[in-house]
Design a protein around this ligand. Structure first.
Ligand code: SF4
Length: 361
């Protein structure tokens, strides 16, 4: 069983913080892009049974309905007999009955919607379209009416100057919408983004940490399971697709800027839309050695709050994990926790996860 990620690099406007692989939507580019995507899928896919499909971006919903239909038809090449999860990312303004019915027709059963914030000023800073809570609620109700019962909502917090009160308000609205899954991201000001060119500084680290703590407490108190450093879900609604990444399992990545991991090789497609459209995937490839693979298994697996099963790790790689990584000192200083046979990052220190991982690998 395998998973599939498909990247759609088009957006209707460009957010000030974005460093993803994306361009402004243009019809002729979109048409050519979908043709190249078709070619890549046909050439690469080896006919495996597919368990999860994730169409992300960019903004897949920025395509026209006809283009979305063409895209969904491309997924018919996959062996979907055992397909469990099919996610489509959309922006709230693109949601309408026609789109939802089309997604239903192709068995999309999970929506991931970029809300990011309910606050007008926050959205202005990110250069995202503002919608009133009522507008958003109506769109979510429409999704519910058409029986989409697995919805993820994204939230971005810790924007420059953001106050705790504003975050509390955003979380309150988010909970009111009662999604099955919530992804939260602290705003990072990456190089080559509008915010970095404007020399805007990130929020103070202590405030960021307090916000993370608030989100974690509030969502877990409201029956969301904090199962990955940035992700929360109701019971049974963890993202099956994203768990493939965190469990270091193999998946196809199709499209401009997409990454995949197939047959022990990790690859990254070109981020240049013009190259991709010309059919030049220009993928860089990394053959994964046993040591690399163990590092991926550890780094990705420790993103999950439950951590990794060390018996399974030892069996899979025929080693003792403590002979390969300096586990013992980190257990001693309580950066890591070992409960039964599960090795995880101390939940009190999850906020400094990256520092802990650096000590490990
Ligand atoms: S954040 Fe999403 S919607 Fe905004 S420009 Fe980037 S890919 Fe497009």
């Amino acid at each position: 069983m395998i998973s599939v990620y498909i990247h759609i690099p088009f957006c209707k406007s460009i957010c000030t913080y974005c460093d993803f692989c994306k361009v402004l939507y243009q019809k002729d580019w979109a048409v050519q892009y979908l043709k190249s995507l078709n070619q890549e899928i046909t050439d690469r896919y080896m006919g495996e049974e597919v368990r999860t499909i994730y169409i992300g971006g960019g903004t897949p919903s920025s395509l026209s309905l006809k283009e979305i239909e063409y895209l969904l038809l491309l997924t018919n090449i996959f062996n979907k007999e055992y397909l469990e999860e099919f996610t489509f990312e959309c922006n709230i303004e693109d949601i309408n009955e026609e789109l939802l019915l089309l997604l239903k027709k192709f068995n999309v059963n999970r929506l991931s919607i970029g809300i990011e914030s309910f606050d007008e000023e926050n959205l202005l800073l990110m250069k995202r379209k503002y919608h009133t809570f009522k507008d958003i609620e109506e769109k979510i109700n429409l999704c519910r009416k058409l029986e989409f019962n697995n919805i993820n909502l994204d939230l971005i917090y810790a924007l420059p100057g953001e106050k705790m009160q504003l975050l509390k308000q955003d979380i309150k609205y988010l909970l009111k919408l009662n999604p099955e899954h919530i992804s939260t991201y602290s705003l990072m000001i990456e190089d080559n983004t509008f915010l970095s060119y404007q020399k805007i500084n990130s929020i103070d680290e202590d405030i960021d940490a307090k916000m993370y703590e608030y989100i974690t407490k509030k969502l877990t108190n409201n029956n969301y399971n904090h199962y990955e450093v940035s992700n929360f879900s109701k019971k049974g609604y963890e993202s099956k697709h994203n768990l493939v990444y965190w469990n270091n399992q193999e998946y196809y990545g199709f499209g401009c800027g997409a990454s995949g991991y197939i047959g022990g090789i990790r690859y990254n497609n070109t981020r240049s839309l013009t190259s991709y459209i010309k059919g030049n995937l220009n993928s860089s490839e990394e053959i994964i050695s046993k040591q690399n693979n163990m590092e991926y298994e550890l780094i990705l697996g420790l993103r999950k709050l439950e951590g990794i099963n060390i018996d399974e790790f030892n069996q899979k790689f025929n080693v003792h994990i403590e002979d390969v990584f300096p586990i013992k000192p980190l257990l001693k200083n309580k950066d890591l926790i070992l409960k039964k046979n599960m090795l995880s990052i101390n939940p009190k220190k999850i906020y400094i996860m990256n520092e802990i991982l650096l000590k490990l690998v």
